[in-house]
Ligand binder design. Structure first.
Ligand code: SAH
Length: 240
């Protein structure tokens, strides 16, 4: 039988133990504070995906020992791999089905992408930093994921040719919800996005679009993300 590339190599018991301990931490945090939608328990499907995806393969080798700490870590280019608790909560909030098609803005290391790809039929992920996109693609393809489409560019514009999406996850903080993303969300769909440019005063916002196409926004809890770059969601700058 071919070795499952997502399985840790033999002798990696400590990595598996660290991942289970991380899941315990996430479960405890969520029991205390909730996920923002009233539930106090992480969706078991999200839990299983976190248990399965080898987070240590998404961080720089010198930080592998910290891969299962519940905190963001630097991944180069001034960017970070998101905190596991936040990855868990954002994924939970999207209520993915096996048939879902998801748009992710901000591929980064590709860790959140892998979690989404475990739960959904298809993920389109957009990253602005070409080197990060290339690294994430090589990593995820080597791990055997075949349901991810990689795009390089300004994710605030979404991916018109892939729209509409059942769910959209934005992994960088915007000043306001980019109009293109709202347009590309299917009626009945859900979008999660950190709003606020100051990392000390951002909120995670959940947008639910009803069957009639009307959107309702809810601020859920404070978060700290790197900024969403590019011009489309920012107000036009003054001419010199
Ligand atoms: N979820 C990722 C972390 C994302 S950090 C992980 O767990 O690894 C946010 C990412 O968004 C960074 O890689 C950054 O380069 C990217 N980004 C910022 N602005 C963007 C934009 N306008 N379009 C696409 N990607 C963007």
């Amino acid at each position: 039988m071919a070795q499952d590339p997502k399985r840790p190599p033999d002798g990696a018991d400590s990595v598996v133990a660290a991942r289970l301990a991380l899941l315990e931490t996430i479960a405890r945090e969520i029991r205390w504070t909730g996920v923002g939608d009233g539930s106090r328990e992480l969706d078991p499907k999200v839990r299983d995906a976190i248990a399965k995806v080898p987070r240590e393969r998404f961080v720089p080798p010198d930080l592998a020992a910290h891969a299962h700490d519940n905190r963001p870590l630097p991944i180069g280019h001034g960017q970070t791999i998101s905190q596991p608790l936040i990855v868990a909560a954002m994924t939970h909030l999207l209520r993915l089905e096996p048939s879902s098609r998801v748009l992710e803005v901000g591929t980064g290391s590709g860790y959140q992408t892998a979690i989404l790809a475990e739960l959904a039929a298809e993920v389109v992920t957009v990253e602005m930093v070409e080197a990060l996109a290339a690294e994430a693609r090589a990593r995820l393809e080597a791990m055997g994921y075949r349901n991810i489409a990689f795009r390089i560019g300004d994710g605030a514009a979404g991916c018109a040719e892939g729209a509409p999406f059942d769910a959209i996850l934005v992994a960088a903080a915007a000043r306001s919800i980019p109009a293109a993303l709202l347009e590309q969300l299917r009626p009945g769909g859900r979008l999660v996005i950190p709003l606020g440019r100051d990392p000390l005063s951002q909120e995670l916002v959940l947008v639910e679009k009803d069957a009639a196409g009307k959107s309702r926004e809810r601020s859920l809890f404070p978060v700290a993300f790197v900024p969403l770059r590019g011009g489309r969601s920012a107000p036009p700058s003054a001419a010199p």
